[in-house]
Design a protein around this ligand. Structure first.
Ligand SMILES: [Mg+2]
Length: 567
């Protein structure tokens, strides 16, 4: 394989932990039977924003919802320096970062396209990829079986260069003799690095980690071990296996004990997709009427639907399952002319399949399943992002719920749904001096102050989910929203990326929306309110653009596809 020049970031090796260059790796000549790579994009969402909105480069960017209970979906490294993290309440992150924080709503369509390009590039070098989320994957390149550390470093440098070339984004790569070590290594590699854990160092490295960093150790297991004075992976590994088994139980105890000793033979494999997504509940008292059955079906249809959208899929077939008091089961299905992820359509299909318990007999369990699954358009791969700023739902419950859904990102027992928040060794976010310190009040490249402040424009409606925004937009008086918000410190806020069009035909501009103007080209709304809208005209290739303010009813300014910012 030809080697693309690795770029300065690969060989920089500023600190003792940055073993990037092959020459400086103490174990360069060491080989391993297998090498597993964990490829993880650096601050993926925030990096996508900085890539396509050049003004944001070098700035503390927070991606997420801005509503009262909005949550950070992604934070740039510049924001992490202040302690901002994914899955943190947005108000807390803003407080930590201070006035330089730039808050933008997630643009799932953009992240979906860039994620696709990342995986395409990775697959061109590593045909079998086990994707963990939209920005993370395991790979085990066949050509690296038996290779030296030095050869692995070369492979990874080329891989990172290829990703950077095709996407403009930075991937960090961790490598070890198994998945767990690879994941630990990528946490150490971040940001913008490669870390190979050689067989000769893995035991010492594992031994010092807190025991909770072991893949699969949950809070219960951790507290059980701590109660016995076992705080580190090394202490756990030092136990006789029979003792590990007696503390944590049969198969789990044995498996974790093997991992603690650095034995991790789990294969890297493409994920099988679920054939059916369903939800069911047994009711405390039997349901005896159709009127009683209807709400139960609606509830289960919605529960299964939440999993469906999180899995990024649409369903064509809806299956209703009714278990009677005598334990016999009736299932009825209906198939739609096309696959859909629309809750109302799916719910009514489930309702059409209902049978009256007065005829069927008392019902104790109701289930709704979706089958005939297909991938849906890419922007819907990130429905949780759209909901992150939602006040109409409970983000707390939503976030917690992410841990037990069918979404492929969620099976890392030690992981969380956040973006880059949890390198297994807690070293994922070094405060690199080069990004420390806000550019407080620093003039932008064009001499204006960045970003443009336009705080008073958020109506309560705008802080609800995209769906409810769409349904309430028609009722919103056109022009400036009636309720300025008190929170005015962050310069750019917005919950929904799509501008709505009011009854009068005036676009209801939202911060973070993409727009296009016949004279100034592509841009994004930095702020809106009081009948005005401020737009930063820029896209990936333009460099930092200029900001201009228009009247909100300017007819030349039009909503644009977020993907336009890639040009
Ligand atoms: Mg990542």
């Amino acid at each position: 394989m030809g080697r693309v020049p690795a770029g300065p970031q690969v060989v920089s090796g500023e600190g003792p932990e940055r073993r990037s260059g092959a020459a400086r790796h103490a174990f360069a000549g060491e080989t391993a039977r297998r090498w597993v790579l964990h490829i993880d994009m650096d601050a993926f969402f925030a990096s996508c924003e900085q890539l396509t909105r050049p003004t944001l480069r070098g700035r503390p960017v927070l991606v997420g919802g801005t509503g009262g209970r909005g949550v950070v979906a992604g934070a740039s490294y510049e924001a992490r320096v202040f302690g901002a993290r994914s899955a943190m309440p947005m108000h807390q992150a803003r407080r930590l970062v201070g006035v330089t924080a730039v808050v933008v709503p997630p643009r799932g369509a953009l992240y979906g396209v860039l994620s696709g390009r990342v995986f395409d590039t990775l697959r061109s070098r590593i045909p079998v990829l086990e994707t963990l989320s939209f920005d993370e994957a395991f790979g085990e390149p066949a050509e690296l079986a038996g290779a030296s550390v030095s050869a692995v470093l070369d492979f990874c440098a080329e891989l990172r260069a290829a990703v950077r070339e095709s996407t403009g984004l930075v991937a960090s790569v961790g490598v070890g003799t198994g998945k767990q070590l690879a994941k630990i290594a990528s946490g150490m590699a971040k940001p913008d690095g490669i870390r190979v854990i050689a067989p000769g160092e893995q035991q010492g490295l594992l031994a010092g980690l807190p025991v909770r960093k072991l893949w699969g150790i949950g809070p219960v297991a951790e507290s059980r071990l701590r109660a016995l004075g076992i705080e580190t992976v090394g202490a756990f590994a030092a136990l006789p296996e029979v003792e590990a088994v007696s503390i944590l139980g049969g198969s789990i105890g044995a498996a974790l004990h093997r991992l603690a000793r650095g034995i991790d033979d789990r294969p890297v494999a493409e994920r099988a997709e679920a054939k059916q997504i369903s939800a069911e509940t047994t009711y405390e008292t039997d349901i005896v009427t159709l009127e009683g059955l209807r709400p139960a079906i609606t509830e289960m249809a919605a529960a299964a639907h939440r999993r469906l959208v999180r899995d990024g899929r649409a369903a064509r077939t809806v299956v209703l399952k009714l278990k009677r008091a005598d334990m016999s089961i009736t299932t009825r299905s209906s198939t739609l002319p096309y696959a859909t992820e629309d809750l109302a359509t799916l719910t009514s299909a489930a309702q059409r399949a209902a049978l009256d318990p007065r005829d069927l007999g008392p019902v104790r369990l109701v289930g709704v399943g979706y089958a005939g699954l297909s991938a849906i358009r890419q922007e819907s791969l990130f429905p949780e992002l759209d909901r992150l700023g939602a006040d109409s739902t409970d983000p707390g419950a939503d976030t917690a719920d992410l841990g037990e859904t069918v979404s492929p990102a969620r099976d890392l027992a030690s992981g969380s749904p956040g973006d880059d928040t949890n390198g297994p060794v807690g070293q994922g976010v070094p405060a690199a001096p080069s990004v420390a310190g806000p550019a407080d009040g620093e003039p932008g490249p064009d001499g204006t102050e960045l970003p443009v402040a336009a705080p008073e424009f958020m109506a309560p409606e705008q802080e609800s989910s995209v769906d409810s925004v769409r349904t309430t937009v028609g009722n919103t008086p056109s022009g400036a929203p009636a309720w300025p918000v008190a929170e005015s410190r962050a310069e750019t806020v917005g919950a929904a990326a799509d501008p709505g069009v009011t009854a009068g035909g005036v676009v209801d501009w939202r911060a973070g929306s993409d727009v296009v103007h016949p004279e100034f080209g592509f841009g994004w709304v930095q702020g809106a309110g009081h009948g005005r809208v401020t737009v930063r005209f820029e896209s990936r290739s333009t460099g930092p653009g200029i900001a201009r303010t228009f009247s909100a009813d300017n007819t030349e300014l039009r909503p644009a596809d977020p993907l336009g910012s890639l040009s």
